[in-house]
Design a binder for this molecule. Structure first.
Ligand SMILES: [Zn+2]
Ligand SMILES: [Zn+2]
Length: 306
């Protein structure tokens, strides 16, 4: 996995000393210390084979996002297949920077907290307008957690009664732990997590690589089991340090994200959903103490390849 565009031509001191250099052909990857954008990629990567999953961070924020930061939103592309994971605050605008929205085939919500779903409303109106001029135009699938359809429709009818329930403007479905979706060459599956509301992790697999998104969750045994062997774990790390009583808490710290990544034996860990007031560099260091592989902060508007 690497960043699409490196803006340095020479590695910094950290990268030059990286053990990864020893086994890698010198394709650039970003410095794990974040002081430059130089990057290293092994010569035998999916990127070179043209079978990579592209992951674009549209928004990495939590419920109170900071300036120029969006809520939860991740665009996954594989060939011409495009899937949006979560559609939180500001994600619709960001999506248009990377994809013509009519080319979006599917949106999936990990759960219906506001920072993960509120920009479904503008997305919905895009497809309403399109249907008005072209009734044959296809609408994207919208996959929701159990109970999600009723929640979104109740809310949308309350706020915009003249437009009816929101989910009719998509091909809406609710997934369960047993749901397996096939879209293009992608296989998508789900696992329930531990949060304040029903919340799921999502696993996306291409023929040669895999990515797991934790959604929002507290510590639990299901996450590392579900993420076992993934090439990339995109994991929430809302907090730092240790939580005194995880039974009353619905999020992970960076330490706990590192433990989940280590237990799952994933290849890389990408931290996201950090509270705006916290320093991502501290989170990276905390996760690195638990997880021996590469750890990065999911930077907005950066395209990662898996
Ligand atoms: Zn959240
Ligand atoms: Zn949440």
């Amino acid at each position: 996995m690497g960043i699409k565009e490196a803006d340095s031509t020479q590695p910094c001191a950290h990268t030059a000393q990286s053990p990864a250099l020893a086994g890698a052909t010198a394709y650039p990857t970003r410095c794990s210390s974040h002081c430059c954008n130089f990057r290293l990629v092994n010569s035998d990567t999916n990127e070179k084979r043209g079978d990579e999953l592209k992951l674009t961070i549209l928004g990495n924020g939590a419920v109170r996002n900071g300036p120029n930061q969006a809520g939860s939103g991740y665009l996954i592309q594989h060939g011409n297949t495009a899937v949006l994971l979560d559609c939180g605050t500001g994600v619709f605008a960001r999506l248009q920077e990377f994809l013509e929205p009519k080319n979006l085939q599917m949106a999936i919500l990990s759960h219906t907290h506001w920072d993960h779903c509120c920009d479904l409303m503008p997305l919905r109106y895009l497809f309403c307008s399109r249907a008005a001029t072209d009734p044959q135009a296809s609408r994207p699938y919208l996959w929701l957690p159990p109970g999600g359809k009723a929640q979104l429709d109740t809310l949308s009818v309350l706020l915009q009664p003249h437009d009816g329930p929101m989910t009719k403007d998509f091909r809406s479905r609710e997934y369960t732990p047993d749901t397996r979706i096939k879209l293009g060459d992608l296989a998508i599956s789900f696992a329930p997590m531990t949060h304040y509301v029903v919340s799921y992790a999502v696993r996306v697999e291409s023929p040669s690589c895999s990515l797991v998104f934790s959604g929002d969750t507290g510590p639990n045994a299901a996450l590392p089991k579900f993420a076992t062997g993934a090439d990339l774990l995109l994991c929430e790390a809302s907090c730092q340090g240790y939580i005194k009583d995880p039974r009353t808490w619905g999020h992970l710290t960076a330490v706990e994200a590192g433990i989940a990544a280590r237990t799952a034996k994933v290849k890389r860990l990408l931290l996201t959903h950090l509270r705006h007031s916290l320093d991502p560099e501290v989170s990276i260091k905390q996760a690195q103490k638990e997880f021996p592989g590469p750890v990065e902060w999911a930077r907005e508007k950066v395209v990662y390849t898996v």
